[in-house]
Design a protein around this ligand. Sequence first.
Ligand code: RIB
Ligand code: CA
Length: 367
Amino acid sequence: MKGPDLVRRQLLIGAAGIGTGAALTSVAGYASPVMPESGASRGPRRIIIDTDPGVDDALAILLALKSPEVKVEAITAVAGNVPLDLTLRNALRLVEIAGRTDIPVAAGANRPLKRRLVTAAYVHGNNGLAGVEFPEPKTKPTAEPAPQLIRRIVRQSPGEVSIVAIGPLTNLALAFREDPQLPSQIRSVTIMGGSLSGGNITPAAEFNSYVDPEAAQAVYQSGARITMIGLDVTRKAALSEGQVHLLESAGNQAGRAAGRIMRATLEQVRRTGANGGRLLAHDSMAVASFIDPSLVTLQDVHIEVETEGELTAGETVGYRKTPMRRSAPLLEAPAVADDAPFQPNAKAAVDVDGDRFLSFLIGRLAG
Ligand code: RIB
Ligand code: CA
């Protein structure tokens, strides 16, 4: 190996925070341990990404498109970080950057089920990509709206397609409203959203569940096989300056685009103090842990999403044992019958190997 490559490898491994030694086996320092589930069909896991790009969505989408363990069947855009017309165009830009315009991109909900749209330009910039300008997309979205596209793809291959939902859950809730049997046909739903330990947009609520609490509640009660990747774990892994530099100097267009977006985001969060000035990759952790579940530690939970609170709407309340007690009854309300016994409806990530996650993410995008 020539000097510069060796230097780059050392830089990557050092910046990615992984040890030396065995990690020198490859540039990424990461050999994906993903094995198809026993008895499952071989080959990549088929996924639909539901997203509100969004700077960390952009990283997550590019990560998925550069990961051979997954086959992205479609990308569905939803209003969230920025309005739908921007999240849709950003999703189209990202498949063009990745050279994957074969992947259908559909427009979804332009607002939550019952609430006004609250966006997050203070983190994502007015254009959703921290102000980084990419050419207007030439690719057109599908004519089929997102909920119908999700339903069609899942129904064509029952039990084979998974959803990775990294924005507000409006599209998924609409798909389930149209087809109440759909959740049982979906192999798994991995959600970046919620929190068992306090919010980011309010003290109680994480942004995705805050934007559309009714949609989140509908999805968590739908019977789908849910894995929740919440703030409890995503706030534990922040990209370093060195890792941003590795993306900026990546040997591929997608990696360099990720580097441009992350550099601008780092400057933005340092200027505004958002996320404590830290560069968090919330959505990429949903994709990475879908590919390699060993990155996170999961716990059975029963999630209920607060939809009535004046101060707490969007809070994901996580029960972990019996009784699943609700608020004390008002005087005019009937006396409470016995509290419900614990019945899990999701697995929630309660810990993450942050260094290994970041080395996976940077290695894949920069590699
Ligand atoms: O709270 C973090 C989540 O909200 C991420 O999905 C980010 O993109 C924003 O949508
Ligand atoms: Ca998102």
